[in-house]
Design a protein around this ligand. Structure first.
Ligand code: ADP
Ligand code: MG
Length: 304
């Protein structure tokens, strides 16, 4: 069990990146979903024991990652958002190098262990190819091989699917799902699909605060019977955005398709009720928070 308590991170500036995160994460895949700048990478770095927070604690099976990172390190695997490779090394050499840095001392020897890990992430055929020529998906799998070293209890992956093509993404999903058997895998992402595909539980982060800790089903249930979809004349879009809770407006085959949330109310002319997706739930949550923040700002101004 991973127990995060009252985590606060203030960077010089000052920038408050985390404003008191409290969260329990058990075995399996857990999604941390939020827009850019929400504080995901900051949280991941703290959980990986690489950044000391301003305050708060993180316990992994009762050991404190913040106070004694060295003690917990061997039970952690981390794939950072911006993972650097030496392009001139081949996959096997790169991985061996990373394992040395990580301080892994495999019984069967470094080469044999690296080969075993490469096999695990399906890179055996590419072991002798230069990393510089790897596709995005291959790089991420190499990153996972490194994170997997030492068979960690907790694996942290920060935005691992950004930049992967659809086929690579699907393969990567399979790998993550496999890894989550019997361990804690924390996936940070701004891509709702990652969470919808993989995570039975998720938290939504916004401006350094968790605004929801939920399951995909529960999040969708909150919008039950309230989601509507329709094609609209582009001229009507502004008015709809002003008067309705529009969650999405996108071009589909050249026509403007709008999705909106109308709890308990009547749908606008030409709209039909549709099942809610996790994306809808996420967007309604984000918009709701935005609205709340705007109202609070107005109240503050009026009070001043
Ligand atoms: P995310 O990963 O969700 O995009 P980050 O954790 O990277 O969010 O950033 C959260 C906030 O903290 C942002 O406002 C970002 O600009 C700021 N930030 C991140 N790293 C630093 C740093 N080293 N120094 C100052 N501000 C930072
Ligand atoms: Mg990030």
């Amino acid at each position: 069990m991973l127990q995060i308590r009252d985590l606060v991170q203030v960077y010089p500036g000052p920038v408050t990146a985390l404003q008191g995160i409290r969260l329990d994460v058990g075995e399996g895949l857990f999604g941390l979903l939020g827009p850019n700048g929400a504080g995901k990478s900051t949280l991941m770095k703290i959980l990986a024991g690489l950044l000391e927070p301003t305050s708060g604690s993180v316990l992994l099976d009762d050991d404190d990652i913040v106070k004694e990172p060295a003690k917990v390190w061997s039970r952690l695997g981390y794939l950072p958002q911006d993972f650097g490779f030496y392009p001139h090394l081949d996959g096997a050499a790169m991985l061996e190098h990373l394992l040395v840095l990580k301080g892994v001392r495999p019984k069967q020897g470094m080469k044999a262990y690296a080969a075993e890990l490469l096999e695990r992430v399906n890179l055996t055929a590419a072991a002798k190819r230069k990393v510089g020529g790897y596709s995005g998906g291959m790089r991420q799998r190499l990153g996972i091989a490194q994170a997997l070293a030492g068979d960690p209890r907790l694996i942290i992956v920060d935005e691992p699917t950004a930049g992967l093509d659809p086929e690579e993404r699907l393969r990567f999903y399979d790998l993550l799902a496999e890894l989550a058997q019997g361990r804690i895998v924390l996936l940070s992402t701004h891509i709702v699909e990652d969470v919808a595909v993989l995570c039975p539980r998720l938290a939504v982060i916004r401006k350094g605060r968790l605004v929801a800790v939920t399951t995909p089903a529960e999040a969708r249930e909150k919008l039950r019977d309230g989601m509507f979809e329709g094609f609209v004349d582009p001229a009507r879009l502004d008015e709809l955005k002003r008067t309705r809770r529009v969650t999405q407006s996108m071009l589909v085959e050249g026509r403007r398709r709008v999705r909106l949330f109308e709890p308990g109310g009547a749908a606008p002319e030409g709209f039909e009720r549709v099942p809610a997706t996790l994306e809808d739930a996420y967007l309604v949550l984000q918009r709701g928070e935005e609205l709340g923040e705007r109202l609070a700002a107005v109240r503050t101004m009026e009070g001043a």
